[in-house]
Design a binder for this molecule. Structure first.
Ligand SMILES: Cc1cc2nc3c(=O)[nH]c(=O)nc-3n(C[C@H](O)[C@H](O)[C@H](O)COP(=O)(O)O)c2cc1C
Length: 300
């Protein structure tokens, strides 16, 4: 039985990874999860310099998920290449480095400095709703998506995944723009902008006022967007948004995702990724599926 998938020439032993920002670089989770069993580890977003993130409180629970406004806190590329990449290199898994920036130049700087690093792919986050400049400002305008994709692609040594925002009217326009700019793959969805108000304090639950909604509540929106994007572009898609287990992951694969990522679910079940790998295998055995590729986009 074959569970491996190929994205832009990179071979993943199975289609399951975790979603950026919910797993660090796997250090804490390596106590629970054998990282060798994952298709890839996707790192937290890394910028050219350290970012302190947003003021607290910056997470809030909501029905069916959570809101976060971390604001891409990260130690910067220098610490990251010294600490996180050597840690991940110990494992037999692919390394996907998530990149963030406030300007095109900042994205390019990080991408160039990753050029000689043993990262397998770069995931370019142009969809974070929690930073004022950059991030989502790029991800909501198709011309900007195409332009930044082209710039990053011109400077990247590794294949690039453009991570798209769901906070748009028509996801197919953004998917096509990324493809036109030369993206090797796209990933979606990032979080949906939301808000929660604490009625007892009569104040916003998050210091940032708004935050990104993630978790099971967003899954039907994510599956719909993955399906629409898969109909619109030829590049492979990494699907995410509310996946908790193999059943959820299989919905994304059947909708057209070549691989899937698990985010918020890791917070209450640190075994969610490996359980999903096992569950997909059990599903394939049950239905006599020889190759996972038979399932990708099988529902049209
Ligand atoms: C606490 C938190 C931090 C996140 N940080 C990042 C990040 O650094 N870069 C990024 O591209 N996405 C980030 N995301 C978005 C997730 O990678 C994912 O796209 C989204 O949460 C939907 O998947 P889920 O419902 O499985 O969490 C973050 C999400 C959460 C909940």
């Amino acid at each position: 039985m074959n569970m491996s998938v190929n994205i832009a020439g990179v071979e993943f032993k199975n289609p399951v990874m975790e979603a950026s920002g919910t797993f660090g670089s796997g250090m804490e989770y390596s106590e629970f999860v054998d990282l060798n069993r994952l298709g890839a580890v996707v790192t937290k977003g890394v910028a050219s310099v350290p970012w302190p993130g947003n003021p607290t409180p910056r997470i809030a629970e909501v029905y069916g998920g959570m809101l976060n406004a971390i604001g891409l806190q990260n130690p910067g590329i220098d610490v990251f290449t010294k600490r996180d990449i050597p840690f991940l290199k110990q494992y037999d898994t692919k390394i996907v480095v998530n990149v963030c920036g406030k300007t095109t130049e900042e994205y390019i700087d990080v991408v160039e400095r990753l050029g000689d690093q043993p990262a397998d792919m770069l995931e370019i986050n142009i969809s974070c709703p929690n930073v004022k400049e950059g991030g989502i400002a790029f991800g909501q305008d198709p011309k900007a998506v195409e332009a930044i994709t082209r710039e990053v692609k011109a400077h990247a040594k590794q294949p690039i995944i453009m991570k798209l925002s769901p906070n748009v009217t028509d996801i197919t326009v953004m998917a096509r723009a990324a493809e036109a700019g030369g993206a090797d793959a796209i990933s979606l969805i990032n979080t949906l902008t939301g808000m929660r108000i604490d009625i007892h304090k009569r104040a916003f639950a998050l210091a940032n006022k708004t935050g990104g909604l993630s978790g099971p509540a967003v899954k039907p929106v994510a599956v719909r967007m993955v399906y629409q994007a898969a109909q619109a572009v030829k590049v492979p898609i990494i699907g995410m948004g509310g996946i908790r287990n193999a059943d959820d992951a299989l919905e994304f694969i059947l909708a057209g995702a070549t691989a899937v990522a698990i985010g918020t679910a890791n917070f209450h079940n640190p075994y969610a990724t490996v359980e999903t790998v096992d569950g997909i295998r059990a599903y394939m055995e049950k239905y006599g599926i020889e190759d996972i590729r038979e399932l990708i986009g099988a529902v049209r």
